[in-house]
Design a protein around this ligand. Structure first.
Ligand code: CAA
Length: 288
């Protein structure tokens, strides 16, 4: 199946970057759908800022940046967004009820051939597929933050996802300039988050137990393991609320105490200390 038009649902942290790369590198026509004009404006502002950065660095020409913008159509209108689309990439908040609404609407308004992909990092692909009448065309397409710079896309098969659907989204991800891995089974956290999130949770236990200061934990992991940023800086980037919701999914799905969320994580989320997006998490970003 040849993909020409992509609809990205959600113009947030991930959605805007996915839309940008689909246009900038893949050359696709992109509809960027959201429920609030403010979210669309903010997403388009981020895309422009990112493109300006790429122009400054000589990664793309000004002309290419302008063409990238011309191919992206921000809209609040679902009919317009889904018209003649070949691939939907859903990147709305990690709440089953919100995603359910998107999946049902996309299923209703797109052609039977249209593939519906989700950028979820923790919700079951099989569950999301059950909200549509075509589970064989539902698949996980998990990008990493920031989508403009991170090379990986995890392609995740739900229980009924067809091999043809997997092949189509793999081709699209590669055309967008990404490397792919295939996650053969719909398992919580797929590959990356299954390893990353328990590691971040464990870093929080170090802090909770008073074993070391955050700066030293970050320094140790940066210099001892060559991570580009330490676990606490990364946690602040990802958002503590996101990390908590992922570790809670592991705890519930695997019924294993090794995934018990660190009490410090729960406390910080309750206090609204979510990381960079709220100005304060493990670190104070207003000072930095
Ligand atoms: N568009 C364009 N340029 C961007 C950009 C964007 N969206 N974001 C950052 N840049 C630019 C920066 O402005 C910077 O430019 P200058 O050199 O002019 O200052 C340049 O890219 C490099 O950025 P940094 O200086 O921060 O340097 P870096 O070498 O550390 O690269 C990084 C940045 C690639 C993000 C790196 O820090 C990194 O790999 N961090 C880890 C990211 C990570 O682990 N992501 C996964 C999170 S987990 C996830 O996403 C999954 C989930 O489900 C929770």
């Amino acid at each position: 199946m040849e993909v020409e038009k992509i609809t990205v649902v959600g113009a947030g942290l991930m959605g805007h970057g996915i839309a940008q790369m689909a246009s900038q590198v893949g050359g696709y026509h992109v509809s960027l759908l959201d429920v609030d004009q403010g979210f669309l404006d903010r997403g388009m502002k981020w895309i422009k800022q990112s493109l300006n950065k790429f122009v400054e660095k000589g990664v793309v020409t000004r002309e290419r940046a302008d063409e990238t913008l011309e191919r992206i159509h921000p809209t609040l209108n679902v009919e317009e967004a889904y018209k003649d689309t070949d691939l939907v990439i859903e990147a709305v908040p990690e709440k089953v009820e919100i995603k359910r609404g998107v999946f049902e609407k996309a299923d209703e308004l797109t052609s039977p051939e249209t593939i519906i992909a989700t950028n979820t990092s923790s919700i079951s692909i099989t569950l999301l597929a059950s909200f549509t009448g075509k589970p064989e065309r539902v698949v996980g397409m998990h990008f990493f933050n920031p989508p403009q710079l991170m090379k990986l896309v995890e392609i995740v098969k739900g229980k009924q996802t067809s091999d043809q659907t997997v092949q189509t989204v793999k081709t699209v991800a590669e055309k967008i300039g990404k490397e792919t891995v295939i996650v053969k089974k719909d398992s919580p956290g797929f590959i990356v988050n299954r390893i990353l999130i328990p590691a971040l949770n464990e870093a929080l236990y170090l802090l909770w137990e008073g074993v070391a200061e955050p700066e030293d934990v970050d320094k140790a992991i940066k210099l001892g393991l060559n991570w580009p940023m330490g676990p606490f800086k990364l946690l602040d980037y990802i958002g503590l609320d996101t990390a908590l919701s992922v570790i809670n999914v592991f705890f519930e799905e695997f019924k294993d105490s090794k995934y018990r969320p660190c009490p410090l994580l729960t406390q910080m989320v309750r206090a609204g200390l979510l990381g960079r997006k709220t100005g304060k998490g493990i670190y104070d970003w207003k000072k930095k």
